[in-house]
Design a protein around this ligand. Structure first.
Ligand SMILES: [Zn+2]
Length: 349
């Protein structure tokens, strides 16, 4: 049976990748705050209610491992970058038309970066811990993700590598506090290192990851993410160039997107999986199509051709931050129902 910090879980544990669909009224509340018709206390009350809704939807669907739904974060990354010191803002250069990756502001360093008040993940964890007795996963963007909107200038002389290691150190400091607060399962979200700026050898990304998780006494997972801004990926969707270099990363679990690519490259796990756990994306969050439980079961059976059932967790390709809540909730139900079908097959029932 799969183990989470010494506790046996049901076979094929289910969980989301991290973010959950934000309720429409929370978006309205954020707008009201910007317009001055709501105050910070109104927004805080709405956020806590939205976390409750996210937990309730996950529990109702029957997920085995929950998250806070990353309700406090906007555009996934904004709330983390916003907490960094040493940056100046470069306003978005394109604000009209279809919103995309270039519709957000960018940043330039003016000195070495810091996070004097942390990223806020301790609060995210303690908020959700009060609401459920189920295991919780805490997700944090890694240095390669956080650096995406940042250009190294002052303090780094245009060099990405020392900036990345400073960010890894800040992530590590944050996660140590999250673990001290009681978290036992941490997932770092990173893009594939190949074909993007900054260009790093895959092995270097492993070293960077290891710096971010150094000394953490928790189960560690790595979600390798192709991007999900407005439901659209931002990179070439292949994992093959990452192997075997990515295996340098000290993550006991790797969470990968398969459904949106019709299960392409799942065979990589036969070649490189070894003793590591796979969290396989068997729900396509970037498609409006609602999977049936049998669709999900079929995907799980495909994955099981390449991974031992004891090493398999089931998840969604990516988070639900770009999905409507009704669809996200229905997809979670499909995930759990699909897992149940295959669990019964494996247990001979
Ligand atoms: Zn993702």
């Amino acid at each position: 049976m799969p183990l989470l910090n010494g506790t046996e879980l049901d076979l094929l544990p289910t969980m989301g990748v991290g973010s959950y669909a934000s309720p429409g009224w929370l978006t309205a509340m954020r707008r009201a705050l910007r317009a001055g018709t709501a105050g910070p206390a109104d927004l805080e009350e709405a956020i806590l209610d939205a976390v409750r809704v996210a937990v309730c939807d996950q529990e109702d669907a029957g997920l085995d491992i929950l998250s806070d739904g990353e309700i406090r974060r906007q555009r996934f990354l904004w709330n983390v970058v916003e907490k960094l010191s040493g940056l100046s803002v470069v306003p978005a250069q394109r604000k009209l038309g279809v919103m995309s990756y270039d519709s957000a502001p960018r940043f330039e360093t003016v000195e070495r970066v810091g996070a004097p008040e942390g990223f806020g993940l301790v609060q995210e964890y303690t908020d959700v811990r009060k609401l459920t007795r189920k295991p919780i996963k805490v997700c944090c963007p890694g240095p390669l993700t956080i650096v995406m909107p940042i250009t190294p200038k002052g303090g780094y002389d245009g060099d990405y590598l020392p900036l990345l290691y400073d960010l890894a150190e800040l992530v590590n400091r944050e996660l140590k506090q999250v673990v001290a607060a009681g978290a036992t399962f941490i997932q770092i979200d990173e893009p594939p290192a190949v074909g993007r700026t900054p260009v790093l050898p895959v092995e270097e990304t492993g070293a960077l990851f290891n710096k971010a998780v150094e000394g953490l006494e928790a189960k560690i997972a790595l979600h390798i993410c192709f991007g999900n801004n407005q439901g659209r990926p931002a990179m070439k969707r292949t994992y093959r160039p990452l192997f075997p270099g990515i295996l340098e990363a000290k993550a006991e679990q790797i969470a990968l997107e398969f459904s949106n690519r019709e299960m392409s490259e799942v065979e990589l796990w036969s070649e490189f999986g070894g003793e590591r756990e796979l969290a396989a994306g068997v729900i396509d969050v970037k498609s409006m199509y609602l999977e049936t439980p049998e669709d999900v079961a079929e995907r799980i059976r495909t994955v099981l051709q390449h991974v031992d059932p004891d090493k398999l967790y089931l998840t969604c390709d990516c988070g639900f931050s770009a999905s409507s809540r009704g669809l996200a909730r229905a997809k979670l139900h499909a995930l759990v129902a699909g897992a149940r079908i295959v669990r019964q097959e494996l247990q001979g029932g």
